[in-house]
Ligand binder design. Structure first.
Ligand code: CA
Length: 243
């Protein structure tokens, strides 16, 4: 797990989620990442807290007992412009559109990776680590011409800046720290996605594909290899063919 660094102000976040287990995961994970977290387990409590409390951001489930997520969203939007991230069920395009039209700032489809949630929250609350003005000691990883500045959270190859999501960054960091080692999908899933949803390891393949599109596709030499039936490996050079 990575943590956002160097920000002394602790953001207050309200999570409205009736699935107790998920709510507890979010409380734990967000607290570890420096947020002050309140949980509401239904729409009525959620609405009460959202309207009467001071929050920097709301995470709002759609399917809730009492008042549903759209009802809470509508009531909050009538009086506050607190950033709101909606959690929607898988594949419910209609929910997403409806949420965004009703004034939600972003949405995340369940099941989601915790790192993805953190990344979205960071964007919504504009917590730029680089803008904190604190002195960082640089910590840089190199594999071939690929460079990852872990402290400043920057990636580049051939000195060209590569924009990565927080999730892609964590994935690349893991691969770089284990360069030349084949990492299985399970190991990658455990290290990068620290929550155990009923996750199919397909999410790993999808994330690898996205990362590859950024760090390999634009370049002639490919570094991120698939080892059939085993997993993935990051190597400074393609292995020599034949011989
Ligand atoms: Ca729910």
């Amino acid at each position: 797990m990575f943590a956002w660094r160097g920000d002394p102000y602790r953001m207050r976040i309200l999570v409205v989620e009736d699935e107790k287990k998920l709510a507890q995961y979010l409380r734990k994970g967000l607290t570890e990442n420096g947020y002050v977290v309140d949980i509401a387990n239904d729409g009525i409590d959620g609405l009460h807290l959202a309207l009467n409390g001071e929050y920097d951001i709301l995470v709002l489930d759609v399917m809730l007992p009492g008042v549903d997520g759209f009802g809470v969203l509508k009531a909050v939007r009538a009086s506050k412009d607190t950033p709101i991230l909606m959690l929607t069920a898988r594949d419910s395009v209609e929910d997403r559109v409806r949420g965004l039209q009703a004034g939600a700032d972003d949405y995340l489809v369940k099941p989601f990776a915790f790192t993805e949630l953190l990344a979205r929250l960071q964007v919504l609350t504009r917590r730029g680590g680089a803008k904190s003005g604190l002195v960082h000691t640089s910590s840089t990883l190199n594999v071939g011409d690929l460079e990852l500045d872990v402290t400043r959270r920057r990636a580049s190859r051939e000195r060209r800046r590569i924009e990565l999501t927080a999730l892609e960054f964590s994935l690349l960091e893991l691969l770089m720290r284990h360069q030349g080692e084949v990492l299985s999908r399970t190991v990658i899933a455990e290290q990068v996605w620290d929550m155990n949803f009923d996750s199919d390891t397909n999410v790993v393949d999808v994330a690898i594909r996205r990362l590859r599109a950024k760090i390999d596709d634009p370049f002639e030499r490919k570094m991120l290899r698939t080892v059939r039936g085993m997993g993935y490996v990051l190597e400074p050079q393609e292995p020599a063919l034949g011989s």
